[in-house]
Design a protein around this ligand. Structure first.
Ligand code: FPP
Length: 250
């Protein structure tokens, strides 16, 4: 896809409210939400997106009622098993960011199996953020750097990029959050530095592939207004704009 939007991240919010509006238990919203993950992943692969990163479970989500946490992990396990054949069929490479090794060993096993079976796929790179926190990721990166370098020199931006959970994800082009709140909620704090933000009122179970495509198209249009240079990434554009400003000042 020759688009300026290559990496998209989504905060999938609103499952609980979606269910409540229908007088159903919250878990019903998560089931619908989980089915929608399948649709959006399929669509992302179809439109040739390079990377999609989805916030499935944050480090803060542990504070939810125990039975909701249990249900979320049950759903996650089901999803991992059910989705595997689609990942293989659609050439999708699967990854997880976050401290997932501390989870139930059966879930860890399912994650490792999906990662292994899709490691050589060359299409969409799909990452689920599970037991993920943006600050924790940066702290882990710095500590891993210190361990490897024994504090012989100061840490650089490149070092942090290298030690993130998935170094390939360092630049997110577009962050979408569903269900009306306009917050980042500790998601990909490092990687969204230059991201476009899009907040929609649609609750995650109602978020359609059509709305997804429309958001990407409208963000591309928004991006193209920057200096009239198309198909370049945000960092290149910022450098271009800075150069223009320097020319004006000199
Ligand atoms: C937000 O809804 C949802 C989450 C806790 C994370 C996303 C989870 C899913 C889409 C379902 C399971 C995921 C996978 C990958 C199988 P909320 O409960 O915060 O909604 P509310 O704000 O309306 O209460």
């Amino acid at each position: 896809m020759s688009s300026s939007i290559k990496h998209v991240a989504i905060i999938m919010d609103g499952n609980g409210r979606w269910a409540k509006m229908r007088q159903r238990p919250r878990v019903w919203g998560h089931v619908k939400g989980s089915n929608n993950v399948t649709e959006i992943v399929k669509e992302s692969a179809k439109m040739g997106l390079e990377s999609l990163t989805l916030y499935a479970f944050s480090t803060e989500n542990w504070s939810r009622p125990q039975d909701e946490v249990t249900n979320l992990f049950k759903l996650l396990k089901k999803f991992l098993i059910k989705e595997r054949k689609n990942l293989i069929k659609n050439n999708i490479r699967f990854n997880v960011i976050g401290n997932y090794k501390v989870l139930d060993s059966k879930i860890v096993q399912e994650i490792e199996t999906s990662k292994k079976l899709t490691a050589n796929n060359t299409g969409l790179s799909l990452s689920l953020a599970i037991n993920y926190g943006g600050r924790a990721e940066i702290i882990d990166a710095v500590n891993d750097f210190l361990k490897d370098n024994r504090a012989q020199r100061e840490v650089t931006e490149e070092d942090i990029n290298k030690y993130l959970y998935n170094p390939e994800l360092k630049n997110i082009d577009l962050l979408i959050r569903t269900a009306g709140d306009q917050r980042v909620s500790n998601f990909l704090l490092w990687q969204i530095s230059y991201a476009e933000m899009y907040f929609t009122d649609t609750k995650w179970p109602d978020f359609t592939t059509q709305e997804f495509r429309e958001i990407i198209a409208s963000t591309e249009a928004r991006e193209r207004r920057f200096g009239g240079i198309e198909n370049t990434n945000t960092l290149e554009k910022n450098k271009y704009l800075a150069d223009q400003n320097l020319k004006i000042l000199s």
